[in-house]
Design a binder for this molecule. Structure first.
Ligand code: FAD
Length: 313
């Protein structure tokens, strides 16, 4: 089937604010949960500071997965847990939502176990997954300085979808974690395999793909909402059926592949020219040093590095 493209956002304004894009994840997973089916999604663990996959059966549990976590998620034993749940619950279905690589892995696993027709697999467009150890190091240093992080958001939308804030909430209030966010966008901390990602294209082996509908303000100005916009790519009949059921909860507008293209639908994120220097500095000097050096704006960083070279010579 040729890929069908939609712009979408949930009608519930509060939910739209809490979701990283347009809330498509919640609308799609609601269909499964309201029918007594299961959803596998990535949840942030505030004890270990890992992002881990969980099988959820209620909206309350599912809501813990809301929002993008800029750290690699850990599948753990989730494939086997999903298989067990499907075998224990004949007649029930399961929705898997995760990054392109993990969703493709799950789709292959389900097919091999003859369970693919009882699953719907949805992947998220992905810029690349950053190293979990860099994040753990960053958040450990953060907690030493500011106390326990009780809530973390990498994409707070109070200033709008185009100007997201990254922050953690502690006993003492909100503290910015923009140093970490800038490390993420510097592309220095990404897993090496992300730079060769085979899933950075429109066609996929999954049933649906969701992401941000970037540049929608130019492509579909009448549909654009400053609080968030999802892009939904439908690849299969199973994907179309789920989308149709979820669409009551969303405003939707059909679009096309050409209008919705963004970098990570065309190619993997390029390796940063600073990657080697970053990892050398991180191993030698630690997290605070690399945050100061690599999380500054690119122009400023270039000037600083030039000055350092002159001073050294
Ligand atoms: C590391 C990362 C990079 C991304 N890069 C892009 C990009 O370049 N372009 C783009 O259009 N969209 C990107 N996204 C996707 C986008 O930010 C949203 O996650 C997606 O559109 C779903 O948003 P939503 O509003 O529907 O629901 P939300 O409630 O915001 O979505 C939550 C969903 O994302 C999943 N999720 C969150 N963090 C992770 C994680 N670390 N690993 C696996 N699954 C996770 C949850 O399981 C849940 O299914 C990225 C997401 C992540 C996590």
């Amino acid at each position: 089937m040729e890929t069908i493209v939609y712009a979408a956002r949930v009608k519930d304004k509060e939910l739209l604010k809490r979701s990283s894009s347009g809330g498509a994840f919640t609308a799609l997973s609601d269909v499964f949960l309201e029918n007594g089916d299961a959803v596998v999604c990535a949840v942030y663990n505030y004890t270990s500071h890992d992002c881990e996959y969980r099988l959820v059966l209620t909206k309350k549990e599912r809501d813990e997965a809301l929002g993008s976590k800029y750290v690699q998620s850990i599948p753990g034993k989730i494939f086997r847990e999903a298989e067990k749940w499907l075998r224990d619950n004949p007649g029930r279905r399961l929705l898997f939502v995760g990054t392109g690589c993990q969703a493709a892995g799950f789709a292959g696993f389900a097919k091999q176990r003859s369970l693919r027709d009882r699953t719907v697999v949805c992947d998220i467009i992905c810029h690349g997954s950053p190293s979990p150890s860099v994040w753990r190091d960053y958040i450990a240093g953060f907690e030493k300085k500011h106390g326990k992080a009780e809530y973390i958001t990498f994409k707070d939308k109070r200033n709008g979808w185009n100007k997201p804030l990254s922050l953690a909430v502690t006993d003492g209030g909100e503290v910015s974690i923009k140093g970490y966010k800038k490390l993420f966008t510097s592309n220095c901390t990404m897993r090496p395999c992300c730079h060769k990602c085979p899933y950075t294209k429109v066609e996929r082996d999954t049933d649906l793909t969701i992401g941000d509908y970037w540049h929608i303000e130019d492509k579909l100005p009448d549909f654009y909402d400053p609080m968030g916009n999802s892009l939904i790519l439908i690849h299969t009949e199973a994907g179309r059926e789920l989308f149709d059921k979820a669409s009551d909860a969303m405003y939707i507008m059909q679009s096309d592949v050409k209008s919705c293209l963004q970098k990570n639908l065309m190619r993997p994120t390029a390796v940063s020219p600073l990657r080697k220097d970053f990892w050398r500095d991180y191993r030698k000097h630690g997290i605070d040093y690399v945050v100061k050096k690599y999380a500054m704006p690119r122009g400023f960083r270039k000037i600083t590095m030039k000055i350092q070279k002159i001073v050294k010579s």
